[in-house]
Ligand binder design. Structure first.
Ligand code: GLV
Ligand code: MN
Ligand code: MN
Length: 434
């Protein structure tokens, strides 16, 4: 729809490689790394914490202001961003060949509480930088190109699940544990249209591919001094909201025997999760990351504890087995401590393999830039694992210094940010020509 006239006027600016012909000019194209790194610094203002990093939780005021700023940046470089029903920011450019499906690339700009300035931000600004570069070069893209900034990634891949049509009306009407209003209302706040989500969906086979640039968030690349990670797959995540019920009573007058202390039961459960996840070979991980104790007073025996349990692995069947073991251990703990428990599952993030052709394309793009690379799994969740259900998916990782992420100390060197964006640029160009 947009840029077509401009692109038509520039027809002939790009020579596509044919067998026996010299390398096309686009193979030498590079992004302006300084620009994306400057954008990263500017984005860090929104939700900035005094001690560094940001709290820019999805749908918060800081998130809403950052999204407004980001759409301004998109307009400045010649894009026309729009918010889809699920609250995602999409900027689309028509392709020159009718019938070709869109190539998508992007990430997210929401953060965890007390998060850093790189998780999601690098891939979002990188995608805009790639698109800006292609517009400046007057590239004639064959496929439609869509820059996708997913809404509320950190709380359960909300935007990408909404894009696929996987968020039910029931989920839209529900208030999540850390929110005060229903999800649908939150999506409306950022310009989404929850009513339209009933029919909004993207079916399997409807996209040519999805590529996401992201920081590694682990220490593999940094320790081995490797420039680029080619992601082989993304872990599945199952998680539960657990409520343990005991009996709140006087901490001074109630004898130790017979107490129904929800916190001592919870403590045993926390250790059981750790023990069970640890006792099997493999790279699976399990975490209790939140614990709310009620009534939370020094002189009252805790009557109720709510906590989260999260399990991750590339193999969904293994997650199922681990949960069954935790469930059995939990039942035994609760019966011994005369407490009751309930565990309700949160939306599952399905594990996903990246597409071998996209992986090979990322590898070729990395080689063409003279950068070193390694194939690795992603222990973090990403919207890319949802997109893998509707088309070929690939992810590009850049090093995280010290492997630190979801923390204010999260850091990726500007040169690595630039490398990653150049790999994204060269990957998108190759996929478009393929
Ligand atoms: C998202 O970043 C996650 O892995 O939790
Ligand atoms: Mn994250
Ligand atoms: Mn992320």
């Amino acid at each position: 729809m947009i840029r077509r006239d401009l692109l038509k006027a520039a027809a002939g600016a790009v020579v596509v490689a044919r067998p026996g012909q010299p390398d096309p000019a686009w193979q030498g194209w590079r992004v302006d790394g300084a620009r994306a790194n400057r954008w990263l610094t500017e984005l860090a203002r929104f939700g900035a914490n005094p001690g560094g990093g940001v709290s820019r939780v999805g749908f918060s005021d800081a998130d809403i202001e950052a999204r407004r700023w980001l759409m301004g940046v998109m307009r400045e470089v010649g894009l026309s961003p729009a918010v889809d029903p699920a609250g995602n920011i999409l900027a689309k450019i028509d392709g020159s060949e009718p019938g070709l499906k869109p190539l998508l690339f992007g990430s997210h700009i929401d953060s965890v509480l007390n998060g850093g300035n790189y998780d999601g931000d690098v891939g979002s600004l990188g995608a805009i930088d790639v698109m800006a570069t292609l517009l400046t070069k007057r590239y004639r893209n064959r496929h439609p190109f869509w820059v996708t900034i997913w809404a509320d990634e950190e709380s359960g891949l909300t935007g990408s699940r909404g894009f696929l049509g996987e968020i039910s009306q029931e989920e839209l009407g529900r208030v999540r544990p850390s929110d005060t209003v229903p999800l649908g209302e939150l999506i409306g706040r950022v310009g989404g249209d929850p009513a339209a989500m009933a029919t909004y969906r993207h079916e399997p086979g409807s996209i040519a591919g999805y590529v996401e640039l992201h920081i590694e968030q682990g220490g593999t690349l940094d320790q081995a001094r490797i420039d680029i990670g080619v992601v082989e797959g993304i872990v599945g995540i199952v998680s539960f909201e657990v409520t343990i019920s005991g009996f709140a009573n006087h901490a001074g007058t109630t004898p130790m025997p017979g107490r129904r202390n929800a916190l001592t039961a919870a403590s045993e459960l926390v250790l059981a999760v750790d023990r069970i996840v640890n006792r099997h070979p493999g790279r699976q991980v399990g975490t209790v990351g939140r614990l709310d104790v009620k009534p939370g007073a020094r002189n009252v025996i805790p009557g109720e504890v709510r906590l989260s349990i999260e399990l991750r692995d590339l193999d969904m069947a293994k997650l199922d087995r681990l949960w069954r073991e935790i469930k059995a251990a939990g039942d035994a703990i609760m019966s011994r401590r005369q407490t009751a428990w309930e565990a309700s599952p949160r939306p599952t993030n399905q594990a996903a393999k990246s597409d071998p052709k996209v992986r090979a394309t990322i590898a070729a793009a990395t080689r063409s830039l003279g950068l070193s690379q390694r194939v690795l799994p992603s222990g973090a969740g990403h919207d890319a694992q949802d997109l893998a259900r509707i088309g070929p998916m690939g992810m590009i990782f850049v090093p995280s210094v010290g492997g630190i992420s979801h923390a204010p100390q999260e850091f990726t060197k500007p040169a690595d940010v630039t490398n990653g964006i150049n790999v994204l640029l060269q990957t998108i160009l190759r996929l478009d020509q393929a």
